[in-house]
Design a protein around this ligand. Structure first.
Ligand code: HXC
Length: 257
C-alpha cells in the first residue's frame, strides 16, 4: 500500500524519501517511522539504488515527534509499543544516507537527521532538542549522539536550554557537513548523491560500516574490524578491476560485486 506520511521516489541510482506532513511541520508519528524504515529496507535490497536522500517538505525537515500522539502515553504503553525497534532499524541501513535539511530539525526530527551519514543543510536550517520544554527528553539517541559530536559540557548546555542552534553552529560542532543557500540545497545534495552512486558500492558500504564501528569500539577493536572489511574487499571483482584499470591507465568499470 502507498505510504501515508512520506513520498518515495527514485532518480537513476538515487532513492529519495520525503517526509510529507507539511501542515504539521512533518511531525513524526509512529506510522511515519515505520514507513521510513520500510522504504529504506526496500532500497537496501534494490540493487540499482546506490545512495538515499532523506528530506523534508515545506517549512521543516521535521519539528519533532508528534506531540499529539505522545501526549497520553505512559511508561507502560511505551514499553509495550516498542516503537524504537523501528528507529533502530534505520541504523541497520547499509547504503549511504544523506540528509537534506531545510527549516526546523527539532527533537525526534533532529534525531532522524542524526541517523543520516552526511547532512547538507540550507542556511535556514535550525537544530535543537526542545524536549525539556515539554518536561521530557530525547529518546531516539539524541543525548548520546550530541555528546559524542560536541562533548559533554556543550551537549548539556544545548539539551538543558532546549534552544535552537543555527546551521553555522551545527557545522562548527561537526553535526552538519555543508551549509548552502536554501535554494541550492536540493540540487547540490542530489549532485553529491550521484557522485557517491558512481563509487564502487562495496567500498562505500564497508567504509560506512567501519566508520560506524569507530564510534562504539575501542581503537584496537576498531582496527581489527577495519582489517576484516579491508580483506573482504579483496574478494570483490571491483577490487581486481580497480587495480587492473590503474595499471592499464584506463577508467575502471565498477559493477558492485
Ligand atoms: C505535533 C506539531 C509539532 C509536533 C509542530 N506541530 N510541531 N504537531 N507535534 N512536534 C504543528 C503545530 O501544532 C501546528 O499545528 C503546525 O504544526 C504548525 O506549527 P506552529 O507552531 O503553528 O508553527 P510556528 O509558530 O512557526 O512554530 C514552529 C515551532 C513549533 C517552533 C517548530 O511548532 C514548535 O515548537 N513545535 C514543537 C517542537 C517540539 O517540541 N519538538 C519536540 C517534540 S518531542 P496547527 O494545527 O496548530 O496548525 C520529541 C521527542 C522525540 O521529538 C522522542 C523520540 C521519538
Amino acid at each position: 500500500s502507498e505510504p501515508a506520511f512520506i513520498q518515495v521516489e527514485k532518480e537513476e541510482k538515487i532513492g529519495i524519501i520525503r517526509l510529507n506532513r507539511p501542515k504539521q511541520l512533518n511531525a513524526i508519528n509512529r506510522k511515519m517511522v515505520s514507513e521510513i524504515t520500510q522504504a529504506l529496507e526496500e532500497m537496501d535490497k534494490d540493487e540499482d539504488i546506490r545512495a538515499v536522500v532523506l528530506t523534508g517538505n515545506g517549512r521543516a525537515f521535521a519539528a519533532g515527534a508528534d506531540i499529539d500522539e505522545m501526549a497520553e502515553d505512559t511508561s507502560v504503553s511505551l514499553e509495550m509499543l516498542n516503537q524504537f525497534a523501528d528507529w533502530d532499524r534505520i541504523h541497520c541501513f547499509k547504503k549511504p544516507l544523506i540528509g537534506a535539511i531545510q527549516g526546523f530539525a527539532l527533537g525526534g526530527g533532529f534525531e532522524l537527521a542524526l541517523a543520516c551519514d552526511l547532512l547538507f543543510c540550507g542556511e535556514d536550517a535550525q537544530f535543537g532538542f526542545p524536549e525539556i520544554k515539554l518536561a521530557v527528553m530525547p529518546g531516539a539517541g539524541g543525548t548520546q549522539k550530541l555528546t559524542k559530536l560536541m562533548g559533554r559540557t556543550k551537549a548539556l548546555e544545548w539539551l538543558w536550554s532546549g534552544e535552537m542552534m543555527t546551521c553555522k553552529e551545527a557545522v562548527k560542532y561537526g553535526i552538519v557537513n555543508r551549509v548552502m543557500p536554501a535554494e541550492l540545497l536540493w540540487e547540490e545534495t542530489i549532485k553529491y548523491a550521484h557522485t557517491l552512486a558512481d563509487k564502487p558500492p562495496l567500498s562505500v558500504r564497508l567504509i560506512k560500516d567501519a566508520v560506524n564501528k569507530a564510534v562504539d569500539y575501542t581503537l584496537y577493536e576498531g582496527m581489527q574490524y577495519e582489517r576484516k572489511n579491508f580483506y573482504l574487499l579483496f574478494s570483490s571483482e571491483d577490487q581486481k578491476e580497480g587495480m587492473k584499470a590503474f595499471m592499464e591507465k584506463r577508467k575502471p568499470d565498477f559493477k558492485g560485486r
